[in-house]
Design a protein around this ligand. Structure first.
Ligand code: GAP
Length: 448
């Protein structure tokens, strides 16, 4: 099995990601995050949110959050340029089976499925249409947002005035976005429904370059701090012809997936593209009156926007790929079969889904099980915690290593005598004896 198939299989088997609507035969490119997947995705979003709203110390300015609606006035998408040719894929269609393919991805001149003749390339817009109310007419048409940031731009004045902010300042937002992708592929890498973690930095136009460089560095640091290996991350300076329609400058942060280098985040200098277009279409003055611009004097201008736009699903996928390890012959010397392969998911402690597992040494001793359940109840209010009594203790350690659990707490016969337990560390496999009453403090200390 190749690495990609192994990761997809682990995701299903251990409750990270399930194919959507599976009992009905599924829905192409739609996935559900299972019990471990949702914990991990929440952890990723939480660390991103803390990083962007609490721990950042840009040279100046404040940072606030927003949660805008998915459904917006459709005129927004005219103003943003998403209904125009710039947000469209070039497609060819098979004249026989009518299947469509991305023009830049298809090498041959005939349909790869039925060998039928192909049409000339045509633009196909990626916006997902929907209807508001009971009548499906042009007037009731709107769209599921294709990027979350438009909700930030149209709230520029609301945020500025309600929070009494001054330029420069930033707005962070996490939410779902939708694109009618023609070739969704590579598991959760490219889907039609996905989650974005977007950050918009409004700044004085002449300072845009300085802040572009600042946020670019910060975003790369975020991935490295969360354990992504340096050799698996790279920056692509996107040339003008390949840039998004709104970008004056763009870099893609790319990760080396099993299927090759692919973008996981974009950093864009969007200039005044969005605010000036929304001003034009809405008729509202979205210029900022600066009483103290860096150039001196007083000025009214459209702030420039530096955007960092990461995919929550894509980064989860990258974190999983990066953390996945196979240990041939097993991690412990006691593993009998030397051919055995043990899986270790070495996720960073902040994003790994389960922090602690509680395991009674054996399950047929009532007193051990009772004590283990007591410890589990004590810990589960503080940490994402799992109780497991099935199988040998070695097998249970392996089950936990496979999903990245940080610590396994084993309740053994000594526990019944002195109320101590063993705490096994996922990475070092060292086992320390701790008093049950100290566990919360010890684990919290380890987590920090
Ligand atoms: N607001 C800017 C923007 O949306 P983008 O490069 O189109 O820029 C940003 O998207 C990020 O959103 C990507 O780097 C990726 O992580 C995620 N993303 C975009 N399309 C996606 C899709 N079809 N499936 C999963 N994630 C996607």
């Amino acid at each position: 099995m190749d690495l990609m198939s192994k990761i997809i299989s682990l995701c299903k088997r251990r409750g990270f990601v399930f194919p959507s609507s599976e009992i009905y035969g599924g829905l192409e490119s739609s996935y559900d995050f299972g019990p471990l997947g949702v914990e991990m995705k929440n952890n990723i979003k939480k660390t991103w949110w803390s990083e962007m709203t609490k721990f950042q110390n840009p040279p100046a300015g404040g940072i606030v959050g927003l949660d805008a609606a998915i459904l917006m006035n459709p005129e927004i998408w005219q103003a943003s340029g998403h209904l125009a040719a710039g947000f469209a894929d070039e497609l060819v269609e098979c004249k026989n089976c009518h299947k469509r393919f991305k023009a830049d991805e298809i090498k041959q001149k005939v349909c790869p499925d039925c060998q039928g003749k192909l049409t000339k390339p045509r633009k196909f817009n990626l916006m997902m249409k929907t209807f508001i109310g009971s009548v499906e007419t042009e007037a009731s048409t709107t769209y599921l947002r294709a990027e979350t940031c438009q909700g930030i731009y149209v709230n520029f004045l609301n945020v500025l005035n309600s929070m009494r902010l001054k330029i420069p300042f930033g707005v962070a937002q996490i939410g779902k976005a939708f694109r009618n992708e023609i070739t969704p592929k590579d598991f959760i890498y490219r889907t039609r429904e996905f989650e974005q973690m977007e950050f918009q930095w409004f700044c004085y136009p002449k300072e845009a370059k300085k802040y572009f460089d600042y946020w670019k560095k910060e975003r790369i640091k975020w991935y490295l701090n969360l354990g992504i290996k340096k050799q698996n991350l790279r920056i692509k300076e996107v040339p003008a012809v390949e840039r998004a329609h709104y970008a004056r400058q763009q870099i893609d942060i790319e990760y080396k997936f099993p299927f090759g280098w692919q973008e996981i985040e974009g950093v864009h200098n969007r200039g005044d593209f969005d605010l000036s277009n929304h001003a034009k279409y809405s008729g509202k003055d979205l210029r900022y009156y600066d009483e103290d611009p860096p150039a001196g004097g007083k000025e009214k201008y459209f702030p420039y926007i530096i955007e960092t736009s990461a995919g929550a699903d894509r980064s989860l996928f990258a974190f999983l790929c990066d953390a996945y390890q196979e240990v041939k012959g097993g991690r412990t010397k006691t593993t009998k079969a030397t051919k055995e392969i043990e899986i270790l998911l070495k996720l960073d402690k902040r994003i790994t889904p389960i922090k602690v597992a509680v395991l009674p040494l054996v399950r047929n001793k009532l007193k051990l099980v009772k004590k283990a359940k007591e410890v589990y109840r004590l810990l589960k209010a503080h940490f994402v915690c799992q109780y497991d009594e099935l199988g040998s203790i070695g097998r249970r350690y392996r089950r936990q290593d496979e999903v990245g659990t940080l610590w396994c707490i084993t309740i053994d016969f000594d526990t019944l005598k002195d109320d101590t337990v063993t705490v096994r560390d996922r990475d070092t496999m060292k086992q320390e004896r701790e008093k049950t009453v100290d566990l919360i403090e010890v684990l919290n200390k380890n987590l920090k």
